[in-house]
Design a protein. Structure first.
Length: 87
């Protein structure tokens, strides 16, 4: 008689838990942010369920426009209301 597996587990990656209980793959935000022009290096930190901080380095540009673009991009990728700080 063949034995059956109780459950199959694959490799897990760190996911973001959102205020509404959803888990969001980190690749969702990574793919969205990496499309932003002029961004050289970044780190996104989830402080609490509805608050993200992004540390960004990039080519000189209009700082206010770049920050607004980062905030909009992260909010669209997450799909729920969140606070976003850019440093």
């Amino acid at each position: 008689m063949l034995r059956t597996s109780e459950r199959i587990e694959g490799r897990l990656v760190d996911s973001m838990r959102l205020a509404d209980g959803r888990l969001l793959s980190p690749y969702v935000r990574t793919e969205a942010v990496e499309r932003l022009p002029g961004l050289v290096r970044y780190q996104i930190v989830q402080e609490v369920l509805d608050h993200f901080t992004m540390h960004a380095e990039g080519e000189p540009a209009d700082r206010a426009a770049v920050e607004a673009s980062i905030v909009r991009t992260i909010r669209e990728a997450v799909g729920s209301p969140v606070a976003v700080e850019v440093h």
